[in-house]
Design a protein around this ligand. Structure first.
Ligand SMILES: *Cc1c(COP(=O)(O)O)cnc(C)c1O
Length: 392
């Protein structure tokens, strides 16, 4: 079939630095009209001009130019072969685990995101897949969990919400030795700070809802792959499950990504200040922050990334202090989610990690005194002042 599409040959902009790549994306502007803001192709279907001639687009569940621009941008930023944009991080992970066959075994971080745990525990375990949750910062535990049927390793680093660091290169070696795939959920650090593909990951997934979009206004998910074969898997899953991101939401994420570098730099700076301040407060018992030099994963984190991100967890002195803090914050918003311009404070016990079994939560330390904060890009003095008055 003759392909008349202008959208298919794109310049990888390989010579640009990362901060330019986020601005210029895949094609950058519209190749036909020159529109600097990539158009929102709000269409369900595409006209074929004659028999045997196609623009390369048939139906938006399969391909849509705006979604493709986002996917190309993410493939460039994560240095993968292809990327796929889904209606949520959960949808991306549903397609990811769709790789599994009955009897396959997966090893995951023990304080994995609650929704990822639910996909494994409620959906894929029923289809005959097995899951083992281990402390990924402890390589001996990782090795001990391997079985002949181990097909995949799923890593978050730093983890949510305990901020544990896993050594991506070393886990990649274990995965390769066992002929298994390594998947990294790069939601927390984003490619601005960490590029898992270059450290041995086969697949990178994101909740695009968080830092990539960055404005708390879209739910989206991304999967980036290293091989054409894996790309065919995701294309097939998206086509069948029908969970590709819509054109307008794709455009919003693309728009968010333009400022990814600026935002991540600021989140990183603000979080450092807030973490230091929290550590000095008498009602705060423990602060979990990867940027502290005495954090057990500090060196490993810096060997594989260039920063710490904007996430901090901490334990206060009592359940009452925790409840007061959540009720009394003003500028900081008591809300789920993370990675946006606004600072958000969360209670993992009843919000993000409610699905995690009580016994695992206790072991990890997710208790009634445990709080997580996503440090936004506001004036850091205002974030600290708000925490100070709410802790009084
Ligand atoms: C939020 C989140 C997800 C799920 O993404 P949604 O966009 O909410 O579906 C997966 N992993 C991590 C680390 C997350 O923070």
């Amino acid at each position: 079939m003759k392909n008349e599409c202008y959208y298919d040959d794109y310049d990888l902009k390989e010579n640009l630095g990362f901060d330019s790549k986020v601005v210029h994306g895949g094609l950058g502007c519209d190749p036909i009209t020159g529109a600097v803001s990539f158009p929102i192709f709000q269409t369900a279907t595409f006209r074929h001009r004659k028999f045997g001639v196609s623009t390369g687009y048939d139906y938006s569940r399969l391909q849509n130019p705006t979604r493709q621009e986002l996917e190309r941008t993410m493939a460039i930023l994560e240095e993968g072969v292809e990327a796929f944009a889904f209606t949520s991080g959960q949808a991306a992970n549903m397609c990811l685990f769709g790789i599994l066959k009955p009897g396959d075994h997966v090893i995951l971080s023990d304080d994995i995101y609650g929704g990822t745990f639910r996909i494994c525990d409620e959906i894929f375990s029923q289809l005959g897949c097995d899951f083992t949750y281990v402390e990924m910062s402890d390589l001996d535990s990782v090795k001990a969990a391997v079985r002949p049927s181990t097909r995949m390793f799923f890593v978050e680093t730093p983890t949510n919400p305990m901020m544990k660091v896993a050594d991506i290169r070393k886990i990649s070696d274990i995965a390769k030795a066992n002929d298994a795939l390594l998947v990294v959920d790069n939601t927390f650090l984003t490619p601005y700070f960490q590029k898992p593909m270059n450290l041995g990951a086969d697949i990178v997934v994101h909740s695009g809802t968080k830092y990539l979009c960055g404005h708390n206004d879209v739910i989206a998910g991304i999967a980036v792959v290293k091989t054409k074969e894996m790309a065919e898997h995701f294309r097939g899953q998206m086509k069948s499950r029908g969970n590709g991101l819509g054109p307008f939401d794709s455009w919003l994420v693309l728009r968010g990504i333009k400022t990814l570098s600026l935002r991540m730099k600021r989140h990183n700076e603000n979080a450092k200040k807030v973490a230091e301040w929290l550590r000095g407060h008498d009602k705060i018992k423990k602060v979990y922050y990867v940027g502290f030099e005495d954090h057990p994963g500090y060196d490993v984190n810096l060997s594989q990334s260039t920063g710490f991100g904007g996430m901090i967890s901490f334990e206060v002195d009592s359940e009452q202090t925790a409840h007061n803090l959540l009720s009394n914050v003003n500028m900081i918003l008591f809300a789920e989610s993370l990675g946006g311009t606004e600072s958000l404070i969360t209670y993992p016990l009843t919000q993000t990690h409610e699905s995690i079994p009580e016994e695992i939560r206790q072991k990890l330390g997710i208790n009634e005194r445990f709080i997580r904060i996503s440090v936004g890009i506001e004036d850091p003095d205002d974030i600290i002042a708000d925490l100070e008055q709410a802790l009084r």
